[in-house]
Design a protein around this ligand. Structure first.
Ligand code: G3H
Ligand code: 13P
Ligand code: ZN
Length: 328
């Protein structure tokens, strides 16, 4: 059944677990997540970016998620719009049947240029007003998702660094978070606590202390009823990087957020954990390997099946690790 993000995360908060929010673009990704959810008895958040809508087309996305709900009637599903760039875009998704939308007002409508705080409050408040009128949840974003390591603004959705920022500037300010929530009424808030989007998060093996845990605690204390969201939460599995490299791929040395760190974040109030890159890496690794092993095969279902299984197993691991398993 389709439920709102507020309904799911209220339950998660009450029972102290986190929920992975997986990005979806096609049939195999949706099937992989649903199969993992079925196996582990987990509720799911399927999220679609503007890029996903462009790739699949709005009707296909909508119908595929409807199909997932029909095939798995016992699994609660949140259909969430990832990184909405404007109130208009959020309204389109609400009309399309999404049960939750993210208004990312930390950036201007071009989705690259950092926006002012007042702009962020204004657009987010407008989306909350529309969305809540029809029972749809809203996620906002406050802070700059960058790379603490480089001190650069980092890759906010594929956009290059905008300039050097200090460590402090990049983390979400707890005082401002409280003001933001008071003025907008968001259900969930994406916070900057040391993660960044994409495969290239850290150039050296993390040794703990990747996440600004004290900052998570301070924010959670200020806004206990607003669910905290961590973007850029892929762990960038070294096993899949190795498979990709062994079969002709070319990916530089890179590290993600260790699962143990994410669990620590969940212990201190993180409820929604965004993951896209890990699924991309697992599917690409599995397809490269399958194609290399069976060069005479030309039925794409064979390769896609391997990709699905790789994504499914990765998702199941995250459901188990974040405490989502058994909560459907
Ligand atoms: O946060 C961004 C997600 O990884 C979606 O990426 O815009 O390429 O679909 P995308
Ligand atoms: P990753 O690139 O770490 O998978 O993050 C995805 C994300 O935050 C989507 O909004
Ligand atoms: Zn994101």
């Amino acid at each position: 059944a389709m439920i709102s993000l507020r309904q799911l995360l209220d339950h998660a908060a009450e029972h102290s677990y986190g929920v992975p929010a997986f990005n979806v673009n096609n049939l195999e990704q949706i099937q992989a997540i649903m199969q993992a959810a079925q196996r582990t008895n987990s509720p799911v958040i399927l999220q679609a970016s503007a890029g996903a809508r462009k790739y699949a087309g709005e009707p296909f996305l909508r119908k595929m998620v409807e199909a997932a709900a029909e095939m798995y009637p016992d699994i609660p599903i949140v259909m969430h719009q990832d990184h909405g760039a404007s109130p208009a875009q959020c309204l389109q998704s609400i009309r399309s049947g999404f049960t939750s939308v993210m208004m990312d007002g930390s950036l201007q409508e071009d989705a690259k240029t950092p926006a002012s705080y007042d702009y962020n409050v204004d657009v987010t408040r407008r989306v909350v007003e529309m969305a809540h009128a029809v029972g749809v949840s809203v996620e906002g974003e406050l802070g700059c998702l960058g790379s603490l390591e480089s001190g650069l603004a980092g890759e906010e959705d594929g956009v290059g660094a905008e300039g050097a920022l200090t460590h402090e500037q990049m983390l979400t300010d707890p005082e401002q978070a409280a003001d933001f929530v008071r003025r907008t009424g968001v259900d969930a808030l994406a916070i900057a606590i040391g993660t960044s989007h994409g495969a290239y998060k850290f150039s050296r093996q993390p040794t703990g202390d990747i996440l600004a845990i004290d900052r998570i605690k301070a924010i959670h204390q200020r806004i206990p009823d607003t669910h905290l969201v961590m973007h850029g939460s892929s762990s960038v599995p070294q096993e899949w990087l190795a498979v990709i490299r062994e079969h002709g791929g070319d990916i530089k040395e890179t590290y993600g957020v260790p699962v143990a760190e994410i669990r620590e974040g969940i212990r201190h109030g993180v409820r929604k954990v965004n993951i896209d890159t890990d699924i991309r890496l697992a599917m690409t690794g599995a397809m490269r390997r399958a194609m290399a092993r069976t060069p005479s095969e030309f039925d794409p279902r064979k390769f896609l099946k391997d990709a699905l299984v790789a994504a499914r197993d990765l998702c199941a691991q995250r459901f188990e690790a974040f405490g989502t398993a058994g909560q459907a």
